[in-house]
Ligand binder design. Structure first.
Ligand code: BES
Ligand code: ZN
Ligand code: ZN
Length: 490
């Protein structure tokens, strides 16, 4: 999307529509901007109270005479005092969804400028986020393509604020990558596809490097859990390492680990069909981590990051790994595999211990669509976080409030470790049905030694069945913006 910055209402370009924000006043909608276009047209619905400016209210009006636009989209943001960043994002997302419906190409945007409890820069940022994050479609397989906005004019923003908008755009491009990877067919997004995606990203910046281990190197490194999960698949596994050096002078290093199960059938512990049709998304952790690397490079973030992705399908075949058998791991610990559908924690275990041993990072953050139980506990809009270090958890909570990518900390409850004790191996890979997300996290904890670590379970948040605000249907890309905000605050 092209962005232009007319300084005032009168200097705005010709466009298909103009978006005008309103607050919900006392029994009447109040303009959220000082300058208002088309006064006489807008007066009607305000007088009749057909439009009250309530939260997520929208009214589409038409301009009968000659004007710079043919349409006016009124959006309601609710009571002025209650407006927050998420409401701003969602309002502009609503306006963009109207543009999509009407197949518009160009939009003029008026930003709310009468909010005193939010800084101007924050308003500009969240408006831009709402616009960019909505201007995406996964229409590859549709005969009729979705029409997206080609040019957006942000009216009245100051010169210094243009940078904020350009930054939001760069971040959105990273989010699009995450969404594309999650949305595309599992037959296309294989471990090899993720590997070439990492290699392509490395070409975008001299500060980025990609190394890919194929099956031979993975065997040489003795990543036995990754190999075990891979046994049923016709695609070789891959272990992807991306290094971003944004601050070469510093020793500080953040390791990111992303679950890269490119399809999760459950393996011999086969999933029911009704749980399988979304399992092409089981590499959302890997996608998030790749998206973060893309954004870090394009923003030239002054941080050092290493991203590790264990990638494989989890399929069933005569060669599949078997429930009840014991497998070794990169760390040396042995694991009794009770259920081959709890494969994410297995491949992550090898990646986490590899991160600890080879990189000794200051902190490790893993993203994984790890458990269905997290969806039951927190729903689609909140990711579960588990940590051995409260400071990182606080950092993530702070970033969460800024970005609207909600997180909630759940306990690594010591006593539940009992549930993943095995009589024939060092651990088993599943506990009981209860506390499923916690025992999964406790399993991972055994592989990070004493490095500060957070596990983010995105099984609920990475994929939506329907659009909710600026999170479009299917891959949401949630997690990437959260982590960029977190890293910037370090
Ligand atoms: N990939 C799934 C988790 C998942 C479920 C992601 C729903 C997205 C939506 C994971 O590998 C899995 O199958 N977990 C099992 C664990 C169980 C066997 C202990 C689960 O959650 O049922
Ligand atoms: Zn599984
Ligand atoms: Zn899985």
């Amino acid at each position: 999307m092209k962005t232009v910055f007319p300084r005032s209402l009168s200097s705005r370009p010709v466009a298909d529509c103009i978006v005008v924000p309103f607050f919900e006043g006392k029994n009447k909608a109040e303009p959220a901007t000082a300058d208002l276009p088309y006064n006489s047209i807008i007066a009607g619905p305000l007088l009749t109270k057909d439009f009250l400016g309530k939260e997520d209210e929208m009214l589409l009006l038409y301009v009968p005479s000659k004007g710079k636009e043919k349409r006016i989209i009124l959006i309601g943001m609710g009571k002025k005092k209650k407006v927050d960043l998420e409401e701003v994002r969602n309002c502009y997302a609503l306006a963009l969804s109207v543009c999509k419906q009407k197949k518009l190409h160009t939009v003029n945007l008026l930003l709310p400028d009468l909010l005193d409890h939010i800084e101007d820069s924050e308003i500009v940022r969240s408006t831009a986020e709402g616009v960019f994050l909505s201007n995406y479609a996964y229409d590859k397989h549709l005969s009729e393509k979705v029409v997206l906005i080609q040019t957006a004019a942000f009216i009245g923003v100051e010169k210094a604020e243009e940078k904020i908008i350009e930054k939001a755009k760069k971040i959105a491009l990273g989010v699009y990558l995450v969404r594309d990877l999650v949305n595309n067919n599992a037959d296309d997004v294989t471990p090899q596809y993720l590997s070439s995606c990492a290699r392509d990203l490395a070409k975008e910046s001299s500060k980025l490097r990609a190394t890919v281990f194929g099956k031979k190197e993975i065997e040489r490194e003795k990543m036995e859990l990754l190999l075990a999960v891979n046994r049923g698949s016709s695609h070789d596994p891959a272990f992807i390492i991306m290094e971003y050096k944004g601050d070469p002078a510093s020793k500080d290093l953040t390791a990111l680990v992303g679950k890269g199960i490119t399809y999760d059938s459950g393996g011999l512990s086969l999933k029911p069909s009704t749980s399988m049709d979304t399992m092409r998304t089981d590499m959302a952790g890997a996608a998030t981590v790749l998206g973060i690397m893309k954004i870090a490079a394009s923003l030239q973030l002054k941080k050092n990051i290493v991203a590790l992705i264990p990638a494989t399908e989890n399929m069933l075949d005569a060669k599949s790994y078997k429930p009840g058998d014991v497998y070794g791991s990169y760390s040396g610990k042995t694991v009794e595999v009770i259920n081959t559908d709890a494969e994410g924690r297995l491949v992550l275990a090898d990646a986490l211990s590899y991160a600890v041993k080879k990189f000794k990072p200051k902190r490790i953050i893993d993203f994984a669509t790890l458990t269905g139980a997290i969806l039951i506990a927190l729903g689609e809009e909140i990711s579960g976080i588990f940590t051995n270090n409260d400071e990182i958890a606080h950092g993530l909570e702070k970033a969460s409030k800024k970005t609207g990518e909600w997180v909630c900390q759940l306990p690594l409850f010591e006593k539940y470790k009992e549930m993943i004790k095995s009589q024939i191996a060092d651990m088993k890979n599943v506990g009981e049905r209860s506390a499923g997300s916690i025992t999964a996290a406790l399993f991972l904890e055994a592989f990070v030694e004493d490095i500060p670590w957070v596990h983010i379970d995105i099984a609920g948040t990475s994929f939506f069945k329907k659009r909710k605000g600026y999170h479009l249907a299917f891959g949401t890309g949630m997690g990437a913006r959260l982590l960029i905000e977190f890293l910037e605050n370090l």
